[in-house]
Design a protein around this ligand. Sequence first.
Ligand SMILES: [Mn+2]
Length: 492
Amino acid sequence: MRFAHLSDSHLGHRQYGLLERENDFYDVFARNIDKIIEKDVDFVIHSGDLFDNNRPSTEALVAFQKALLRLNEAKIPIYAIAGNHDTILRKGAMPPQVLFRDIGLKLISPDRPYYQEGAVLICGLPYVANSQKSVLIDRYNQLSRLAEKSIKSILVSHQGIQKYMPDETAEIELSDLPKNFDYYAMGHIHNYIEEDYGKGKLVYPGSMEIWRANESNDNYRQFGKGFCVVDLSYDTPQVERVTIDLPREFYSEIIDYDKFHERLYRIKEEIRELDNKPMLDLTVVGGDFDSSKLYELIQETIGDDVLNLRPSFKPEKILKQEIELGKNKILDPRSLVYNQAKEEYGKDEVGRLSIDLLDNLSVNKIEEAKHFSDVFYKENYYDDEAKDDLDSTNESGSSSDSIGLDNVSGSSSDSIGLDNVSGSSSDSIGLDNVSGSSSADNSDLIHNDDNEENNSNNLDEYLNRNLEDSSKKDVEKGSNMKKTKEISLDNF
Ligand SMILES: [Mn+2]
């Protein structure tokens, strides 16, 4: 039993507003699919951020439709979860993936948490926000009990794990994951990560293209971009990394000012050899120089030969300021607000809530912030009686398990944390160079489940019953989508 695992394709991402870059992402995706078909796998798993936002352009939808039809033709099923980028949380709205369910996409969602593919259980859940950590852990444990009954099992999840993240705002610790799955098909972190965990393997295939400049890093140079082919027929899964060449080079470099001129002319030589114009994201540090003059020099030397110039300048005086800021621990606003709230209230959950609130309120998403507050309040401060009262007035009629099934929600910045406006004071020139300017659309899905199966108070029972029935009955409920809520969340 062999399958391909891929993630974070971010179809529709128009990097720096460049149509060429949007097309690069489609091109790379199509070539990943070519290679997957060539590898003749039994099925495919995509672990989230298929689309760059929850309202993909027609071009992005068509890019996926083409891939799906080709997989169908090759008789290779594809399973997918939604990531933080490609889900919707407004009442009555449907996530874009729904478009493809009738033509073969097997969407893993709170409505349909698992599938059986031969002897392999494939289960999982969409992205869950920081303040919903306890929900996430409950769900992991429920799915873990399901896995106990299976010969082979795969958990599909789109979350940041602390161990691999640069800041402390990851949703989970590695040890929060149950240990009894054969394979952990992870998404969210854009680097390639492969590790033994429990009795199996945990893998982040990483992003398929350079989504943020700092993904052009050592991890990329070592492991490339692409997907994995996993063979489950051994005791421990065998993981083969398959890399797909990117359409263009991406220079992302920090260069000391005193070596800058030498490096600039070497880059000029290097890019002469390239078929496609590269991306260029240079930061010149140290020394004492006039930023606008340096910008002109870069523009004159290589401006016509690159797709996008993004120089930043940090002469000595600015570097000194940054060091001072660093000493005062004014670094990442998310870490800052998390730590402060946690300290103030003595509770990790309050810290996590503060991250969700910051992400939403900073982009004027009042309704969304209110949602997180309500859920948090309900979860932590209502006594059981009040909870029951609240539940009985819930129009969906779902009872006190609602935190478990319904509130898989949230948003946060994409894992690698490249967007963090880290108190940097780089001296930027050029239109593109608004630091931290990304507006990734982060969102997720809340289901108000109103079908019979999900009204059970006991998710275990529900899951078990459906596992037994799964060969006889399709539990997928297209009609549930009527009841989805949407919250569209812009990242800062
Ligand atoms: Mn992503």
